[in-house]
Design a protein around this ligand. Structure first.
Ligand SMILES: [Zn+2]
Length: 868
């Protein structure tokens, strides 16, 4: 699954003892024959299934998963005898026990069940989606909702083959995991029945069914049929995704050495979808805004998102679908691997996208959670659906990906790939645990992959490596020290007790490195030339912070544009920002380094500066210094913006356009420049009338900068665009996501009311409210609104997606009073699916208060020097 990309990465600690919700081992499924008849008008469905099972030991009862299912006739056949089974429901644990009068012998048996279910409006299981005045029936089974569509073994290790058929309305189509084998009229009046090819062995959470008037654009890759499907109005937006899918499928066939096993590949955009996308075997489903791209008018951001999310989901066809984790505590074997792999086909297809910079950003996302005391180890025990849903987080995704890059860089990419291929082959159509991976890769590569990986997987937190280098003639002596990093100063026993085996890689030339495996607390290294400013994280590929003395940071930054790769410059600034956050360095060290890199050509470097300065503006700089700070930002960055020119044009390089967008926001919003805001307003008004007046990559930024100084007239113009743009997701969300940038309290209120109105899809409500909570000017009003509407939000948004997103957003507060108030509220209104998320949000508030207390006078001193 791919989480919504907008989502702030969230996360935590060993969970409390949970009630076991695992199925007892009474029987194991080998094959399902599933038949469904959805009733789109009444939002229900009828189901019939036959499950072939192997009974472990003689027994008279079999327990399987079922939720919100009304059982009809149930029989079990074994040894040629059919018996009627009695059904006992355990609603709390989402299980049903089928009991027969005479015990079943061990060995083969089959279960026949007829039942009915509901097409719910909670975006989980078999659910109802609406668009263009009609209903659709669609699915999202991961993690634990296949049990809402059919009774079965809804745990990942129970793999079986599936025959699926659907009886649907005449005129509608259906898509499922397998190729469509036949389409016959009836048997009921006004219906036709579609039969799909048997799937290979797979887990129940990968079953998919989509019913409605979907239309598809067809292509192929390596002889595999590939289609991208949509509601009829969005078909013109599917060409880019199809091209990306064809490229990526071919890439993975070659990289893994295992040809795609699921027969055909369909990719379907769904009007209502809670996550970003879902890797159902052979039938990947998507939130529309992350799949569709206008062939002429898509921004770089949209093209990269589509290609990247698609790449993640296609990678899952091997990592997750072919080889599946045994249990959800190893979800990182799915998500971390798909995140890590996803960049590889992109790097091959579009080298100018510089995905190595996106990878360093992924690492920064991971550490923003892993620097917390309430983080969790990559492998965390989980039992309940609430706990399972909560581990789809930045630790499972971005941290695992970063750890894999660390090891890949240390072992060497070709050798590491050989190890990964061997693991995939060995566990194909089966399940694996973490140990199975690192044991196999260590065996094949002959490198200590197991020794490096195990501590990273089982211990929480990110290591910080202190680097002190001294020139000794023609060599450099380096002292290294490792401990656990905490984003907030304070005593901790863990810092000194945790040890990793960290591959620390020094840059020794433009393309050469020297790696040392740092396994002890202290270690000495010798580098073969004099390099007192040696850079200790080549291409930012290591999962650790480097801490240099402040003057070394300044010296490295001064020569960075010539001496370091863009990914290294990004890594340097990212790490230094955390040295400031943790109180290890004064903010002046970061601001000096950022000043040295203000003219950097790499858009990601400028984005890092932009986001750190925005945070400083909102949370660190004292009220009395805000005007001086804004003035410094304008002075330091306006010339870069002016030399790029606004708005520029579509023919320019993507890099130049991205850099312009970041600088426009930096000077216009953080620098609070009235001139830039005015200019943005003029451009925004022109853009509303003529969509070709702005380069696509600049459009969203112009809309939000204009909104920062915007009035009701501009707000009304934005809102008026939305109903006209329902068939153009990217354009729609450009205006939609600009709404939280309006600061006028009356407009903030209007956005809040709008967020819960029927005009906003429930999948989007939490993004809008979360966006308002994350901004200092709208935070209090949005929080008051959330409290006042808590019950109805909980009912409408669902406890797995929307509410946890809102819970995460309260981490943006930055005062002790608010921390206490927010904590109190959630004590009275617990959110079991966001228990760790909330602890992390509270810690983020505390950390912000600590940064403010520690750094605001340092900022003041630095400003005095810088603006003299
Ligand atoms: Zn995923």
């Amino acid at each position: 699954m791919r989480k919504l990309t907008l989502l702030v990465a969230l996360l935590a600690l060993a969970p409390r003892a949970a009630l076991a919700q695992r199925l007892p081992v009474t029987a194991t499924p080998t094959h399902y024959a599933l038949w469904f008849a959805p009733d789109l008008k009444n939002a229900t469905f009828r189901g019939r299934e036959t499950i072939d099972v192997t009974v472990a030991n003689p027994t008279s009862s079999i327990t399987l998963n079922a939720a919100e299912i009304q059982f009809g006739a149930v029989t079990i056949t074994s040894g040629g005898r059919m018996q009627t089974a009695r059904v006992t429901l355990d609603e709390k644990n989402e299980m049903a026990t089928l009991t027969v009068p005479q015990p079943l012998a061990g060995g083969a048996a089959s279960i026949q069940i007829t039942y009915t279910g509901i097409l719910n409006d909670k975006l989980r299981g078999f659910y109802l989606s609406k668009a263009n005045g009609r209903n659709y029936a669609v699915t999202q089974m991961e993690a634990t909702d296949a049990r809402r569509a059919f009774p079965g073994w809804d745990e990942p290790a129970y793999k079986a083959t599936f025959d699926i058929s659907l009886m649907i309305d005449n005129g509608d189509v259906a898509i499922s995991n397998g190729k469509q084998l036949s389409d016959a009229p009836g048997p009921e009046a006004g219906k036709h029945t579609l039969v799909f090819a048997r799937t290979p062995k797979m887990s129940a959470y990968l079953v998919a069914m989509l019913v409605g008037d979907f239309v598809c654009r067809s292509g192929s890759s390596d002889g595999i049929d590939v289609r991208v499907c949509s509601t009829p109005d969005k078909l013109p937006l599917t060409a880019f995704a199809l091209e990306a899918a064809e490229q990526e499928l071919k890439f993975y066939n070659e990289w893994t050495g295992i040809k795609y096993v699921f027969g055909k590949l369909d990719i379907i955009g769904i009007p209502d979808f809670a996550a970003g996308a879902m890797e159902n075997a052979g039938a990947i489903t998507f939130r529309e805004e992350e799949l569709f791209a206008d062939p002429q008018r898509a921004s770089l951001g949209t093209r990269k998102t589509v290609a990247s999310v698609l790449s993640h989901e296609i990678a899952h066809q091997w990592f997750g679908d072919l080889v599946t984790m045994k249990w959800w505590d190893d979800i990182w074997l799915n998500e971390g691997f798909a995140t890590w792999m996803a960049n590889k086909p992109l790097a091959a297809w579009h080298p100018e996208w510089q995905v190595d910079l996106d990878e360093v950003e992924e690492t920064q996302v991971a550490v923003s959670t892993d620097a917390l005391r309430t983080t969790r180890p990559i492998r965390t025990k989980v039992e309940t659906p609430d706990e399972i849903n909560e581990v789809f987080d930045g630790i499972a995704y971005q941290k695992t990906a970063s750890v894999l890059r660390t090891i890949e860089n240390y072992v060497g990419p070709d050798l590491f790939r050989t190890g990964v291929q061997s693991y995939l082959k060995k566990y194909s159509f089966a399940s694996a645990a973490g140990e199975d991976f690192w044991t196999e890769v260590a065996r094949v590569t002959g490198k200590p992959v197991d020794r490096i990986m195990k501590p990273f997987i089982e211990q929480p937190g990110v290591p910080i490596v202190k680097v002190e280098a001294k020139c000794q003639g023609n060599a450099t002596d380096v002292s290294l020290h490792q401990e656990r990093f905490f984003g907030m100063a304070g005593p901790s026993a863990d810092a000194a007790s945790t040890l990793w085996a960290v591959p620390v890689c020094f840059k020794t030339g433009s393309t050469t490195q020297q790696c040392e495996l740092l396994e002890r607390r202290e270690q000495k290294v010798s580098l073969p030339s004099c390099a007192a400013n040696a850079f200790a994280n080549v291409r930012g590929r290591g999962y650790y912070f480097s801490e240099y003395p402040p003057d070394t940071v300044r010296a490295i930054a001064r020569t960075a544009r010539g001496a370091l790769a863009p990914s290294e410059r990004l890594s340097l600034l990212g790490d230094e920002w955390w040295m400031v956050r943790s109180g290890r360095h004064d903010i002046g060290v970061y601001l000096d380094a950022a000043s040295s890199l203000a003219g950097d050509e790499a858009p990601s470097v400028i984005e890092q500066i932009g986001s750190s300065l925005a945070y400083s503006h909102n949370n660190v700089v004292q009220d009395a210094d805000v005007a001086r700070f804004e003035e410094w930002v304008r002075r330091r960055f306006s010339s870069e913006l002016t030399s790029l020119g606004v708005p520029g044009n579509t023919a320019e390089s993507d890099d130049r356009q991205s850099r312009r967008a970041t600088l426009l926001s930096l000077v216009g919003v953080t620098g609070n420049s009235p001139d830039v805001q005015r200019q943005a307003r003029e451009l925004a008004l022109k853009y509303i009338d003529d969509r070709t007046s702005l380069p696509p990559t600049l459009a969203s930024t112009v809309l939000s900068v204009a909104a920062a100084g915007g009035d009701a007239m501009l707000y009304d113009r934005y809102r008026a665009q939305l109903p006209k743009l329902t068939d153009k997701p990217e354009e729609y969300y450009r205006f939609f996501y600009a709404l939280p940038s309006f600061r006028d309290p009356a407009l903030v209120q209007r956005t809040l009311e709008f967020a819960i109105s029927p005009d906003v899809r429930t999948q989007d409500t939490s993004s809008l409210i979360g966006g308002l909570i994350s901004q200092p000017w709208s935070r209090d009003a949005a929080w008051t609104f959330v409290k006042a509407n808590w019950d109805s939000l909980t009912r409408s948004l669902g406890v797995f997606q929307g509410i946890p997103r809102i819970a995460a957003s309260v981490g943006a507060f930055c005062s002790r009073d608010k921390a206490a108030e927010v904590e109190q509220f959630f004590q009275a209104h617990p959110v079991p699916a966001a228990e760790r998320t909330l602890k992390q949000a509270f810690e983020r508030i505390d950390a912000c208060v600590a940064v403010k207390e520690r750094q605001s006078s340092a900022a003041s001193t630095w400003l005095t020097m810088a603006t003299r």
